[in-house]
Design a protein around this ligand. Structure first.
Ligand code: AMP
Length: 329
């Protein structure tokens, strides 16, 4: 059975993009692959979260993962910093990762541009830590968005370089998981681009009914079509894209026909869209609240996940250290 690995940084809440773009697919994968899902708390340190918020950030993502349907008995669900083997591999991979190639990654360049006051070494070696996350479980498949392709390329490069340098077949080269037709891009409600945490346009799984309605009612539209069958502007198209994701086909057909014959009222469309988003998210919100109160359950999930992750990680690290030349006295 192939191994799949995916992680998410422990900052903020999960939004509709994370849920429909990633998590729904992860839930399906649990039956077909040996899955590892982790919360990347070490990665989140590049932006220096306040110590008072650090643990709650981890708990939020863990709770929201579980409430969305990840099953701790099927997958290993763990926190990155609970698996010290990852950090050990990170140190070893740093020795074969070159400054120039790390400086050339698009995400590093973007971070320097956006936050010139905080260009720390952790940021430069972010792809090396990501490679360690993946390679420590010898994962074959990594479900990533297009923005992460370059990081995955570095993981492949380091896997190849390690195998060549130490003349050992320790690591497989991880490939991007291709969801094919199941891949959806969830747009934002601000007229352009995708829904994202840093874009500030997210509808979160944790949002209550009132704030979901408020966010949807504020979505950007235009004055409405004046000619039959006219092309939709991007903002309106985004609303229809969301509708296709959350609503029944008849609802989509109804509003598409109304748009095409110029009788559409965006207020009605938005009300329907908000109600249909709530239909998906409010049961998850209820579970988030329930699970969030159940510390004993969360502890047992992490215990089980950490055991599975450490068993897999220490087996890899033993081979890695043997290849590098570590010997005990
Ligand atoms: P991020 O929150 O950007 O760290 O992304 C975590 C996961 O959610 C990745 O697999 C992303 O590809 C996915 N994701 C984030 N935003 C969207 C979006 N708007 N549409 C589809 N997938 C998304």
């Amino acid at each position: 059975m192939e191994t799949v690995l995916s992680g998410i940084r422990s900052t903020g809440h999960l939004h509709l993009g994370n849920y429909f773009g990633a998590l729904k697919n992860y839930i399906k994968m649990q039956d077909e692959y040996n899955c590892f899902f982790f919360i990347a708390d070490l990665h989140s340190l590049t932006t220096h979260p306040h110590p008072d918020d650090f643990h709650s950030g981890v708990k939020t993502i863990l709770t929201e993962y579980l409430a969305s349907g990840l099953d701790p008995h099927k997958s290993a669900i763990f926190v990155q910093s609970d698996v010290p083997e990852i950090v050990e591999l990170y140190v070893l991979l740093n020795m074969i990762a070159y400054k120039g190639e790390l400086e050339r990654t698009a995400s590093f360049k973007e971070k320097i541009r956006k936050h010139p006051e905080n260009v720390n070494a952790g940021l430069l070696t972010y792809p090396v830590l990501m490679a360690a996350d993946i390679l420590i479980h010898r994962a074959n498949k990594v479900p990533v968005g297009k923005d992460q392709e370059q990081h995955l390329e570095i993981a492949r490069l380091l896997a190849r370089r390690f195998n060549n340098m130490y003349n050992a077949e320790v690591f497989p080269e991880p490939q991007a998981f291709n969801f094919g037709k199941d891949l959806v891009k969830v747009p934002g409600l601000d007229g352009s681009g995708k829904m994202g945490k840093s874009e500030g346009n997210g509808i979160y799984l944790f949002d209550d009914e009132k704030s979901i309605h408020k966010k949807v009612m504020k979505a950007v539209t235009d004055a409405g079509p004046t000619e039959p069958d006219s092309k939709m502007p991007e903002a309106v198209e985004n609303l229809f894209t969301l509708l296709k994701i959350v609503s029944e086909p008849e609802v989509v057909q109804h509003f598409t026909a109304a748009y095409n014959n110029c009788s559409i009222r965006y207020g009605d469309l938005k009300k329907q869209l908000a109600a249909d988003i709530c239909r998906h998210t409010l049961p998850i919100k209820a579970k988030i609240e329930e699970i969030g109160r159940d510390d004993a359950f969360l502890r047992s999930v992490i215990k089980e996940g950490t055991e599975k992750a450490r068993a897999s990680a220490s087996a890899t690290l033993t081979e890695v250290k043997r290849a590098v030349g570590f010997r005990s006295f």
